[in-house]
Design a protein around this ligand. Structure first.
Ligand code: NIG
Ligand code: FE
Length: 413
């Protein structure tokens, strides 16, 4: 497939650039009036229209994209896509003034989702997650991380991870699976934290390793959930099975989650709605990625992460959706990128880099996807006719995507 007359080919980073930190984030290289050739699902070559080789311009299967931009698909590195039921009753409680913690303490929240997931069959979960994933792909998501964490029993955590494994096998995008049994303490372990941690370490982890069901391990390190010491214990056990951490840190308080993540060489620490100087220090120049989830802040009405300070501190910043039924019932990465500009004061270039190359890096996929480079996967977004790339986040709440290309083929869902 050949794409011609591209108004702007966006994200043309050198292939060896695997993550962008600090001031590098503002650099989003765009090749104007370009062509792009795809072969065997990969980017084969690209260049300017004025110097397109005739052997290439004569190819029969070509798409003309005059007035349109081509960019790498969104790489969404944090989602809870597999769940049994929506939670709009909590949405109403929130409108009435209850906080996320109030709802969780009243038996809502994660435990509510866990009760429902425990009753659902693997097939039902696969079916509903597939439907959600098809919608996300149409919205431009071309790589996705999905967490467990609504099982909270040995059987149900395995069930969730098996659903993710089936999604990996059945969808044309790269998917990474993260084991998040340490998402909340089940009711029966409310006063026996060590009992649940032992269940994770002695029963869940070996079974998951045996079936190769997870790529990463996650802990919700937060007041009222998992303490720093408990997180430490779980991450040590995860490491013994080769699972690198991606941590839920500092969503509701400065929890120490960032520092414990950095100590364990986490791929990413996610959320960071609450930060202080020590947090910024620990991420400055660190290879642990700061993954920001502005849709969660928007929906819960909690503070937005301090993207500017993180960028000033020379951190690697990624953007992700956090799609889940409780704190972020939307997986729309176009909206995430808009919010990042509007609320995190990120430049459009910074936001797009964070939602593509750095998102890919937060799944250890940035050698394969997330920018326009020869040999990378041809998972691409073709926009509608738009005046500029900044128009994408500017026109919030609307999709400017005309065509989604996955592995060099038009996705029709
Ligand atoms: O990332 N913070 C923990 N986990 C999810 C919310 C889970 C839920 O409320 O169901 C999050 O926001
Ligand atoms: Fe999350």
């Amino acid at each position: 497939m050949l794409i011609t007359n591209i108004k702007g080919l966006v994200g043309v980073h050198p292939k060896e650039k695997l993550a962008l930190r600090g001031s590098e984030l503002a650099n989003l290289p765009v090749l104007e009036n370009a062509w792009l050739l795809i072969e065997n699902g990969l980017i084969k070559d690209f260049g300017e229209m004025q110097s397109i080789p005739s052997s290439i311009s004569e190819l029969s299967s070509s798409i003309d994209t005059s007035g349109k931009f081509v960019l790498p698909s969104w790489c969404d590195s944090h989602s809870h896509l597999v769940f049994a039921a929506s939670r709009e009753e909590e949405f109403v409680m929130k409108i009435e003034g209850k906080s996320y913690e109030d709802i969780a303490a009243a038996g809502g929240g994660i435990l509510n989702s866990a009760r429902k997931l425990q009753l659902a069959s693997e097939d039902e979960l696969f079916e509903s997650a597939s439907n959600r994933l098809k919608e996300l792909i149409k919205l431009g998501t071309g790589a996705l991380e999905i967490k467990s964490g609504y099982g909270l029993t040995v059987d149900s955590e395995l069930k969730m991870l098996r659903v993710i494994k089936r999604l990996k096998a059945n969808f044309p995008i790269p998917i990474k699976a993260t084991f998040l049994a340490a998402h909340a303490y089940p009711q029966e372990y409310k006063n026996d934290h060590q009992g649940y941690i032992n269940l994770i370490i002695e029963q869940m982890l070996p079974a998951i390793a045996e079936e190769k069901l997870a790529d990463y391990i996650d802990v919700f390190c937060e007041k009222g959930f998992f303490s720093v010491e408990e997180t430490d214990q779980i991450l040590i056990a995860g490491a013994s099975y080769g699972l690198k951490p991606k941590i839920h840190a500092n969503q509701l308080s400065v929890s120490g989650g960032v520092q414990i993540g950095v100590k364990h060489n986490a791929i990413s620490v996610d959320h960071l709605e609450e930060t202080d100087a020590a947090v910024l220090n620990s991420l400055a120049n660190s290879d642990t990625i700061a993954t920001l989830l502005p849709s969660c802040s928007f929906y819960l009405g909690i503070p937005f992460a301090n993207a500017r300070e993180l960028i000033n501190a020379n951190a690697i910043v990624a953007l992700a959706s956090d799609f889940n039924p409780g704190s972020t019932p939307s997986g729309n990465m176009n909206f995430v990128v808009s919010l990042a500009c509007i609320k995190l004061k990120m430049l459009p270039e910074e936001a797009i880099n964070s939602a593509t190359l750095n998102g890919a890096a937060a799944m250890e996929l940035s050698d394969k996807i997330g920018s326009i480079a020869i040999g990378k996967k041809a998972n691409l977004i073709i926009t509608k006719t738009i005046p500029s790339i900044a128009f994408l986040p500017y026109s919030f709440g609307q999709t400017q995507i005309e065509t989604v290309i996955l592995n060099g083929e038009i996705y029709n869902g």
